[in-house]
Write a protein that binds this ligand. Sequence first.
Ligand code: GAR
Length: 209
Amino acid sequence: MLRVVVLVSGSGSNFADLLDRARSGRVAVEVIAVGADRECGGIEIARAAGIPTFVEPFAPPREAWSDRIAERVEAFEPDLVVLSGFMRLLSAEAVSRFEPALLNTHPAFLPEFPGAHGVRDALAAGVTETGASVIIVDSGVDTGPILAQQRVPVLEGDTEATLHERIKLVERELLAEVLAGIADGSIDLADHGLEHRLDQPDTAPEEAK
Ligand code: GAR
């Protein structure tokens, strides 16, 4: 069973779906903790479900805040960390502590429309289709290796809210597929172009003092 820590900032509807799948045995993961950068719906859902939570409010400098988040996550010794609507960028150093076992879902067909407003930006661009993606987080903004993605049509009359809800349905399926693949070994996160980081030698004992 994959032990997963989930980080959220918003309503947490994708996290709630993941939890439902996990608890009903439809995906072989255990959500061992949920963290957030603010009080939010996702944290409320976790508390109501009896899952350990932590809130580490964002405060500059980003590096120190990211270190605090990383420490809170590491305390649970997860196999994997999933950003599920976590709307803050972690420092490159914090990312490197988890890479490649740090995933993010994004409401666009990356590399199209990265960043915090993927749905709004797609609508503003007037495209007829956008999409959903699951990626490994690297130190850039939504630039990491793509593990799964699917197109979603933009329908006439779509608002940001209606389009986003339709994209989230796809994100949930894609994330579940990716997690199932990691759990059954058909997806190896080390195969996705980040090996150089995994290959870094362990600190020699004499250096660790
Ligand atoms: C999801 O669409 C997720 O992909 C997106 O926030 C939403 C969270 O919804 N994340 C990003 O845009 C990250 N750049 P939820 O809180 O209802 O699960």
